[in-house]
Ligand binder design. Structure first.
Ligand code: NAD
Length: 370
């Protein structure tokens, strides 16, 4: 089977789906790998890095023409689809639930399409989960961005000129990004506190040396694995429990999301009004509406001396590592779906069933569109 790695065309995207190291591993498993010219340049991978491991470098049209399986990070777009036909198997994030028109357009080509973001969140799919591998980097980068925007340093520093007290960091949402934010802020020497609706995150927070802020009602909210929408009562209690820490914080990182929903507003305008002058909020939930009422996506809003930065902190900003991890997830997924470099098509199997959105031009039941 021939695998084609396409250069990403989405504005601002600097990652590539497969790094040279992963291309090598695919070739060792008897796949032929074709890489579009310059596909890895913005992730610091040269064409020669791919050719050295045995991949073929080609122009875009040739990659489409000669590949059976086409790999991308972002959804295949209308320009791509002009070159797609029923021979092709597409693999990328498709965000199929919010892209019904795109699903119809892909189906119209007769092709087959897998979506990486439809990966079930079960233990054995963990090493194929691109949302987790990329969120982890976002959590790290949120702290680094915060450090850059703050007018204070993180660690305790005793100098001849006086003692600098450590920065106080508060993290809302102890999921993949939140855990990495806690770990990174701790490593830099901050005093870190965190809160989450899921009670199991207490132990995870404490294992990183941070303090968990308990909210009365944690665990009563049916938030066993992934958070459901919190009740108004819980949100009120959360504010009471967290306010003291919020008003002392130098950096607040918010990551609280509810899959498929608008993000909960955890910090109101009034709360911002009571925060410290010079405090920074990095709102990683901004794309889904934001955890701070004042957040604006890709903007810095300054209110009462508090800097509110709405961002997804795209993993593009660490494109080399992000591509390496994305590629490893893709490799594991391809290994899962194939045997002797050919697809197994085991549609009864949970991971295949969940991620196969379009099969031979037909949108499957999990592909949503009606
Ligand atoms: P996410 O991005 O959907 O949400 C981030 C965090 O925000 C979650 O921990 C959630 O509980 C929290 N949150 C939501 N509403 C809140 C509120 N009102 N107040 C406070 N916190 C709120 O979640 P995620 O990071 O993608 O995943 C969460 C967890 O799921 C991970 O920590 C991990 O343990 C698990 N997970 C498992 C797999 C797997 O097994 N394959 C894959 C990914 C994640």
């Amino acid at each position: 089977m021939t695998i084609g790695i396409l250069k990403e065309t989405q504005k601002g995207e600097t990652r590539v789906a497969i790094s040279p190291n992963i291309a090598k591993q695919l070739i060792e498993k008897d796949f032929k790998v074709i890489v579009e010219e310059d596909a890895g340049t913005t992730s610091s991978f040269k064409d020669s890095d791919y050719s050295k491991v045995g991949a073929q470098i080609e122009k875009r049209g040739v990659v489409f023409k000669d590949s059976d399986l086409l790999l991308k990070i972002n959804p295949f777009d209308q320009e791509d689809l002009k070159l797609v036909d029923k021979r092709h198997i597409l693999m990328s994030q498709l965000f199929h639930k919010s892209n019904p028109e795109l699903m119809k357009a892909i189906a119209a080509t007769g092709a087959t399409a897998f979506s990486l973001d439809a990966m079930p969140r079960i233990s054995r799919a963990q090493d194929m989960d691109v949302l987790s591998s990329q969120s982890n980097l976002a959590g790290y980068k949120a702290v680094i961005r915060g450090a850059y925007e703050m007018t204070k340093i993180f660690p305790l520093m005793m100098t001849a000129a006086g003692t600098i007290t450590p920065a106080r960091v508060l993290v809302y949402g102890v999921g993949v990004a939140g855990l990495q934010a806690i770990a990174t802020a701790k490593r830099l020497g901050a005093i870190v506190e965190a809160t989450d609706i899921r009670p199991e995150t207490k132990e995870q927070t404490e294992s990183l040396g941070a303090k968990f802020i308990e909210v009365e009602g944690n665990g009563d909210e049916e938030a066993s694995v992934y958070a459901k929408v919190a009740s108004e009562e819980y949100m009120k209690k959360q504010k009471e429990a967290v306010n003291k820490s919020l008003f002392q914080a130098d950096l607040v990182i918010t990551t609280a999301m509810v899959p498929g929903r608008k993000s909960p507003v955890l910090i109101t305008k009034e709360q911002v009004g009571q925060m410290k002058n010079g405090a920074v909020i990095i709102d990683l939930a901004a794309a889904q509406g934001g955890n701070c009422a004042l957040s604006k996506m890709n903007k810095i809003v300054v209110k009462n001396g508090v800097k509110i930065i709405g961002t997804t902190i795209s993993p593009e900003s660490v494109s080399t590592n992000a591509s390496e991890l994305f590629g490893k997830n893709m490799y594991n997924f391809i290994m899962h779906l194939t045997e002797n470099a050919a697809f197994k098509w085991d549609l009864e199997e949970e991971i295949t069933d969940a991620t196969l959105i379009i099969q031979n031009g037909t949108i499957r039941k999990n592909g949503v569109t009606t």
